[in-house]
Design a protein around this ligand. Structure first.
Ligand SMILES: NC(=O)c1ccc[n+]([C@@H]2O[C@H](COP(=O)([O-])OP(=O)(O)OC[C@H]3O[C@@H](n4cnc5c(N)ncnc54)[C@H](OP(=O)(O)O)[C@@H]3O)[C@@H](O)[C@H]2O)c1
Length: 369
């Protein structure tokens, strides 16, 4: 385990990290846990393994022993302070002006309820759950508390812990854009640009399960995978430009930021919606948006899931209609490698961090069982 040194003064709420945590491992008590922590924005190496206080469930909260979590495009953005074109300084307000507001990354998890606070009725110790923490992060750790009425649900038995950990981020984004914001109807023709990524691989499955006629756009090595997820047609973006085609779409969901309205307009049906998941600042402000007379729309914004969305995803997974794609899995302690892989922008589906199975953490985890 790396030695972790702070690069700025610690605030009272900052977890204390010993200078040489390896030497002090023997002194680790059940009041601490291991987590991947970052204190400044930068490359994957700003993230390091550290000993931090183990959270305790308050009234109405549950404590989850994390089995698996993911490294997503959200973790990449928050770690490197990389925001979509035009958002500039707004990124600092979102993630922390003087440094990261949430030093432990990770937006989603799957694990086992270890203990519950007073007045908790929905869960009991031993329950297998998955959860979404979104912009509050905090999942790249051995433990996380959640409000029992937060975005936490029983793990679908059809999914493994790594799959359940990857259920929410891409799934909720895809569901909210397609169904809630895009008003997708059965029978509509849906084009997913970036169909092999975390959001795209979920969007293909969810659009198909909502009765859409789905076409996916991806690179050559992902064509077979995207077809297997339920796409009726797949366009290899290195061979063919979807916007030069003749088939019009009701919905174009773009996760890559490459599909401007100008580019898509010709292949959108009247009433068509361009769902700009990775929309630029100017798109968000409405620049270049279609005239009302065209009946076409550009939809941007942030996907903020509610309990119903998460339950819908769990039900889809339970029915076999949605299975998160796991590309690679790394032990928590090797999260730097996972970040580097995600940064490259070529992941297929999801990158998982295995927490409970991490051999580097095994000694303390065994003691805490
Ligand atoms: N608005 C919101 O609330 C919200 C929520 C979640 C995510 N997002 C944003 O959505 C974007 C996508 O997120 P993600 O997690 O899905 O990213 P991701 O998993 O990192 O996406 C990587 C995938 O994109 C594919 N890709 C790259 N360029 C492409 C192109 N021109 N055409 C087709 N496929 C292409 C890559 O395939 P190849 O390797 O073959 O190139 C790779 O499989 C990010 O910008 C993220 O910030 C927004």
């Amino acid at each position: 385990m790396k030695t972790f040194a702070f690069d700025r003064p610690r605030s009272p709420s900052t977890p204390r990290v010993p200078e040489d945590t390896t030497a002090r491992r023997a002194a680790t008590s059940s009041a601490t846990m291991r987590a991947m922590v970052y204190r400044r924005y930068g490359p994957p190496e700003v993230v390091a393994l550290a000993e931090v206080p183990k959270p305790e469930p308050k009234d109405g909260e549950i404590l989850i022993r994390i089995n698996a979590t993911t490294v997503t495009s959200s973790d990449w953005r928050a770690r490197s302070l990389t925001v979509p074109p035009g958002f500039g300084l707004l990124g600092r307000f979102a993630f922390g002006v003087f440094g990261p507001r949430h030093p432990i990354l990770g937006t989603e998890l799957a694990g086992i309820v270890e203990s519950v606070g007073r007045s908790v009725t929905r869960f009991k110790p031993g329950d297998e759950v998955f959860a979404f923490t979104g912009g509050k992060y905090g999942c790249h750790a051995e433990y996380r508390t959640m409000a029992e009425d937060g975005l936490v649900e029983r793990k679908p038995t059809a999914l493994s812990f790594p799959e359940a950990a990857a259920l929410s981020f891409g799934g909720a984004t895809a569901l909210i854009f397609l169904r809630n914001k895009g008003g997708m109807e059965p029978g509509e023709r849906v084009l997913v640009v970036g169909a092999s990524g975390g959001v795209g691989s979920a969007a293909v499955q969810i659009a198909a399960s909502l009765g859409g006629d789905v076409t996916g756009v991806c690179g050559p090595s992902s064509v077979a995978m995207v077809r297997s997820l339920g796409a009726n047609r797949v366009i290899d973006y290195t061979q063919e430009d979807f916007s030069a085609g003749s088939a019009p779409y009701d919905i174009i969901l773009d996760t890559t930021g490459t599909a401007s309205f100008r580019r898509c307009e010709r292949v959108m049906r009247p009433g068509g919606r361009l769902l700009a998941v990775a929309g630029s600042f100017s798109q968000t402000l409405g620049f270049g948006k279609p005239s009302k007379a065209s009946g076409k729309k550009v939809v941007t914004g942030v996907a903020a899931p509610k309990g119903d969305d998460i339950r819908f995803l769990a039900a889809l997974a339970g029915a076999g209609a949605y299975r998160p794609v796991v590309d690679r899995s790394y032990p928590l302690a090797r999260a730097v490698e996972a970040h580097a892989y995600v940064d490259a922008g070529h992941k297929r589906g999801n990158v998982v961090l295995s927490v409970y199975q991490d051999p580097e953490l095994a000694s303390t985890q065994g003691r805490r069982q």
